[in-house]
Design a protein around this ligand. Sequence first.
Ligand SMILES: Nc1ncnc2c1ncn2[C@@H]1O[C@H](COP(=O)(O)OP(=O)(O)OP(=O)(O)O)[C@@H](O)[C@H]1O
Ligand SMILES: [Mg+2]
Length: 447
Amino acid sequence: MRHAGARDRGGPTARPARPAPRGAGARGHQQPALPGQRRPGRRCLGGEQRRLAVPAGTLSAVDRRYSVGIVGGGQLARMMHQAGVGLGIDVHLLAEAQGTSAAQVIANTVVGDYTEFDTLARFAQDVDVLTFDHEHVPTRHLRQLGDGVEVRPGPDALAHAQDKALMRERLTSMGIPCPQFSVCRTPEDLAAFGERMGWPVIAKTSRGGYDGKGVWKLNGPDQVGEPFAAKPETSAGEEVVIVAEEFIDFTRELSAIVVRSPSGQAVAYPISETTQTDGVCVETITPAPGLDGHAAAELQAMALRIAGELGVVGVLAVELMAEDSGRVVVNELAMRPHNTGHWSIDGALTSQFENHLRAVLDLPLGAPDLRAPHVVMTNVLGGAEPDLTGALQHVFARDRAIRVHLYGKEVRAGRKVGHVTACDNDLEAALRRARHAARYLMGDPNA
Ligand SMILES: Nc1ncnc2c1ncn2[C@@H]1O[C@H](COP(=O)(O)OP(=O)(O)OP(=O)(O)O)[C@@H](O)[C@H]1O
Ligand SMILES: [Mg+2]
């Protein structure tokens, strides 16, 4: 079932024959399926499926390049591709439009609507495994793709990152600490929840929200109409309801990132402290300052348990809210590389992007350990400076160790257009360096 493009690689420009890899199959790494687990799919990872019909003796009989299809053309796909380049992975992209952040750099890009089943199915035919830059692909389409297509994470897991009502119900039933919540279909339901809990309460759209869009803090019953007026009826064809939540007066937000492969191998990154302003992540500090080892290990174990029970493949980011009392509750789940894990490109032995690719291909996962005692990631948000690259002169001249990542996006106020990372032995120095670079890139000459 491999597509014509793959066969084309066996054409005149194909690489010369090379020795067969050691061990069974075309891959060195073949993990036995665990009880109850499906073997990797028809086309994915099995040596037989990767044999190409090419004349013996002239060309390689085995194509060992993996191909991964990413749905969604944002910066997460761009950075996944960047990790894939070093692994020799063919990344294919289904982008919303020409010229998106990832479409600028991925040669195998098709532009299409991921909410259309036929577009998705055609795209999936060309790749070993399908994965995502965002969580908005309709799960019913992913289910409809059937067994012939490896979708990682699969729709049953992904649904919990798409639907906050489902996520709250599932996590609460697992005994995972969450804010109290209620699924509301009318303003009256929401008002009743507020009366029961006491105001303020948080209201969220169950689907389709991002960067704080679709989240309201309601101070009283007179405001309950607002989320219902603003919410869409449906998102990617699924009903959107309002999830009312207990207002958590958190002292800080944390993030637990784990990566799990289909064979059940998993790694946990150090816990990060994260800062959101107006719902948008602006900064992360890793490891989270002042979080003792025991508490951090418990949060990692919780995230690993969620990943295991939900059957997540790839990155799972668990957004957390920490209260003064020490209680930590889950905010939401993401099943893709996450903004709070961007620090790992420069600050960990293996980045979240590489580990996501390794996981979806069922390759052994890389060590998530820190490269430095303190790693600060600061987002570059669109500001007064439209020319980001012009500011590099200053930023690099001032700090030889600063790491800058720009996403190729047009600068618009508040839009995530890049991030910077500072690794340091001293936390204050890391904060100072990262903030200076990010602010300067954002157009603040007095940064
Ligand atoms: N129950 C709550 N109590 C207090 N603050 C909350 C609560 N839920 C969410 N928040 C705040 O709102 C922010 C955005 O919420 P949430 O992560 O659910 O929205 P989102 O739009 O899906 O964000 P993302 O960009 O992470 O996808 C959180 O990071 C947190 O700061
Ligand atoms: Mg969030």
